[in-house]
Design a protein around this ligand. Structure first.
Ligand SMILES: Cc1cc2nc3c(=O)[nH]c(=O)nc-3n(C[C@H](O)[C@H](O)[C@H](O)COP(=O)(O)OP(=O)(O)OC[C@H]3O[C@@H](n4cnc5c(N)ncnc54)[C@H](O)[C@@H]3O)c2cc1C
Length: 762
């Protein structure tokens, strides 16, 4: 979470985490522009670096060596990262339309989404071929193909359609890997047959004759059958047919021919070429909208027929970064001049490569080592942040603002008074809340549909009111997601008690700034929260908002329960003999502490944060019902005090002891690594004081899960005591309900003589 010293004046939104945008993020990390906020929206947190993909396929690199972690890079750059798929652009409203979240506003937009295969142009290809593009889906397709070939009895025939550099390199890399795999399996590698199809009269049409000859001899020596002038016109299950009528029976058909632009690009109204790529001028700016830039494969540069290759996308990064800066500053843009000749280092899968540049060529194992050195150096620029200098002190931004914006910007940095002056302006508030549609309930007599000084609620006959409040600062720079998690966190208390959520009042703080930015943050945050409240049947009935240094949100929530308290679960209900069940993995505290420190030298993977965010959004509703149905009498939700703190809160009023099995503790991916690296939440020291409740602490100190006993949780799972004989059935049902990590983590014991209530199994 980045608390900006300067209010946000302009938003640059980057769509897609392609090879150019990673360069932009790095550029802004090294030289931030005050008042300008970057947001990256990408469907995949790990984006592949194309130059190393063939080496990955050949088995020379691991997954993390060839993927750039966009969440981590964005954090390093001080940029927002939204993991979502973009489906369109509302250019009139200047908003990016996403699959899951509300539209994202931009002042300047840049698109770097790569290309998609045009399989629909060849009958049957869509159904029966494996496309290499989009590159982001390639890894899962490759792993599936790899497994099929591994498990395929007898001979396997693989056809690769497309004999440009990508097709040739892919064929040789796959062959190398699959042969090695067969040998490791003790099977005959000669039973793997490869065919390469080229529509043209030769392979590698964009390279010189010497390079072509080198590859012709390599392919021949490796037993790859090359079919020239063989345009594939039809694909069926296990078979392809060329336009000339040649038929090949093939177990796998891999498609590496030219791709086109994603269909949604054309729907934006931006000018596109015949293949559906966005037409851009020399400044990488859309020919039809100066606020929109496009780069990499998805751009079609006026006057140049650039190859769709990662090398061009990489080279577009620096001029794009410069033009994005200049664009928000209202300055003249710089031209991008593509190279007329470029160096291609094409691998042969066996740590050998061929260099090609204009009319020059060279080959050898040394070329592979050279390529490996270049590629690894490139990747280090996006992965090793510890060694990089801190960003230079910010210059004051000279952004062209209109009069109203200037006034709002001055007001945002000026000393704000407290009291009523600290409230978000009424117009901003009204506009941000206008689109919210809280659920309607009969027991809400005065709610947000007729806002008054206070809400009026009815407690239905035979019911009692359960009330709780929660409030915390944003730990992630994504108001919508934060809103969802804050609401889910608040509802956790009600579910833990066995109550049905009824109503909620929000309290929010938003950093001051331009009215439309404040409005947007508030709208996004409340849209996320209301969606979660609505799913729970909980009506948002009121709230209060104010300005603060950081985004923060909390809720006072009301729930309903049987007036005789039948079915209520409390902290005091643990019984000796109960099995202790935890419904979600722990580790959010250490993970977010590590994520916020990208320069620490400790690598906190973006996909771990993705998984933690997913876990925080899982509602405790079904788990609470399931636990009660299996006889739980005691239940609590894990939040700031961590597992141990909450367990002690249960053992004490219940008059029992408990045994916790550290080996059974479900952990979020990466949590143990981050704790072992010594990166812990700022709340951890306060929680650690509770170690005095542990009977055999010394034995557990070196256990990897030990520090996570104290790890504060946000929107954590439920901890409950269930009769031991029902624990297995309860766990089976919890897992069927989607709580994949639910686990039996210990048991409740009769209170003994020792003053420490908790003993650990290590
Ligand atoms: C197997 C293989 C090997 C290759 N080898 C080489 C090579 O050695 N050298 C070379 O120069 N080229 C190579 N290429 C070609 C190269 O991969 C592409 O030209 C290059 O990836 C294009 O880069 P890009 O930045 O335009 O987009 P991409 O690298 O495709 O990145 C696009 C990004 O946008 C995201 N995205 C896509 N759609 C959306 C959406 N709707 N919403 C949000 N995010 C979205 C994706 O998740 C991804 O992060 C290879 C391609 C393949 C498939």
């Amino acid at each position: 979470m980045h608390a900006a010293a300067t209010p946000v004046l302009r938003d640059i939104v980057l769509v897609g985490g392609g090879h150019s945008h990673v360069g932009v993020l790095r550029s802004f990390a090294m030289r931030p522009l005050p008042g300008v906020r970057l947001t990256l929206i990408c469907s995949d947190t790990d984006t592949p670096y194309s130059g190393m993909l063939p080496g990955y396929i050949a088995g020379h690199y691991g997954f993390d060596e060839v993927h750039i972690d966009l969440r981590r890079l964005a954090e390093f750059a001080g940029a927002r990262y939204y993991r979502d798929e973009v489906t369109g652009i509302d250019r009139a409203a200047r908003k990016v339309i996403c699959r899951r979240r509300p539209p994202v506003a931009y002042d300047v937009l840049s698109i770097n989404v790569g290309s998609t295969p045009q399989l629909d142009q060849v009958p049957g290809a869509l159904e029966h071929a494996v496309p290499v593009k989009p590159i982001r889906r390639f890894n899962e397709r490759w792993l599936a193909l790899f497994e099929r070939v591994r498990n395929h009895a007898g001979a396997v025939t693989i056809a690769v359609v497309g004999a440009g550099a990508g097709g040739v390199e892919l064929t040789l890399s796959m062959q190398h890997r699959l042969r090695n795999e067969r040998i490791a399996q003790g099977r005959d590698p000669e039973a793997l047959r490869f065919h390469l199809f080229s529509a043209g009269a030769e392979i590698l049409p964009t390279h010189n004759a010497a390079v072509r000859r080198a590859f012709e001899s390599i392919l021949a020596a490796r037993g790859v059958r090359v079919h020239l002038g063989a345009e594939v016109g039809q694909v069926d299950a296990g078979r392809l047919r060329t336009a000339a009528g040649e038929v090949l029976e093939a177990d796998e058909i891999v498609w590496v021919t030219q791709a086109g632009g994603a269909a949604w690009l054309a729907d934006t109204g931006l000018a596109v070429d015949e293949a559906g790529f966005i037409r851009v001028n020399d400044f990488l700016q859309s020919e039809s909208d100066p606020r929109v830039f496009a780069v990499g494969d998805c751009a079609s540069l006026r006057g140049h027929a650039l190859e769709k290759a990662g090398v061009f996308a990489v080279r577009m990064g620096p001029p794009l970064a410069e033009n994005l800066r200049r664009s928000v500053a209202g300055e003249a843009l710089v031209r991008y001049r593509p190279q007329t000749r470029w160096l291609a280092l094409i691998g042969t899968g066996d740590k050998h490569a061929v260099a090609s540049r204009g009319a020059l060529h060279a080959r050898g194992d040394w070329v592979w080592r050279w390529k490996d050195w270049i590629d690894r150096r490139f990747m280090r620029r996006f992965t090793e942040f510890a060694a990089m200098p801190e960003a230079a002190p910010a210059n004051s931004a000279a952004l062209p603002l209109d009069e109203a914006e200037k006034a709002q910007a001055i007001s945002a940095v000026a000393m704000r008074c407290g009291g009523c002056g600290a409230k978000v302006g009424a117009t901003v508030l009204a506009r941000s809340l206008a689109g919210l549609r809280p659920v309607a309930r009969d027991d809400v007599l005065v709610g947000l549909d007729a806002p008054d000084d206070a809400a009026v609620l009815r407690v239905p006959p035979g019911r009692a009111l359960v009330h709780s409040v929660d409030f915390f600062r944003a730990f992630i720079d994504d108001p919508w997601l934060f809103g969802r998690i804050a609401a889910n966190h608040a509802l956790g208390d009600l579910y833990a008690m066995g109550a049905e959520p009824q109503s909620a009042s929000a309290i929010a703080t938003v950093p001051p700034g331009l009215e439309r930015k404040v409005e947007d943050d508030l709208r996004q945050m409340m849209a996320g929260a209301v969606a979660v409240l609505n799913e729970a049947g909980c009506a948002l009935v009121g709230g209060h908002s104010g300005e603060g240094r950081e985004l923060a949100l909390g809720f006072a929530v009301n729930g309903l329960i049987d007036a005789r308290l039948a079915g209520m679960t409390t902290k005091a209900g643990l019984r000796p003999g109960d099995a202790l069940i935890l419904t979600k993995p722990v580790g959010t505290g250490t993970l977010f502490a590590a994520h916020a420190r990208p320069r620490s030298g400790v690598v906190c993977r973006g996909r771990w944060i993705d998984a933690a965010l997913d876990s925080m959004q899982v509602s405790n509703r079904d788990a609470a019902r399931c636990l009660r149905e299996h006889g739980a009498a005691a239940c609590t939700d894990l939040t700031g005090f961590g597992l141990l703190g909450h367990l002690v809160e249960m053992t004490r009023p219940s008059g029992v002891d408990a045994e916790l099995d550290l080996n059974a503790l479900p952990l979020l991916d990466g949590a143990a690594d981050m704790a072992a690296a010594g990166i812990l939440s700022s709340l951890q020291p306060a929680n650690v004081r509770l170690r005095r409740a542990l009977r055999n602490q010394e034995e557990a100190l070196s256990h990897p899960s030990y520090p996570l006993l104290f790890d504060p949780q946000t929107a954590g799972g439920l901890l409950a005591g269930v009769p031991a004989e029902r624990a297995d059935a309860c766990l089976a049902e919890l897992r069927a309900l989607g709580y994949a990590h639910a686990a039996r983590i210990g048991r409740v014991l009769l209170q003994g003589e020792a003053t420490e209530p908790i003993s650990l199994v290590v």
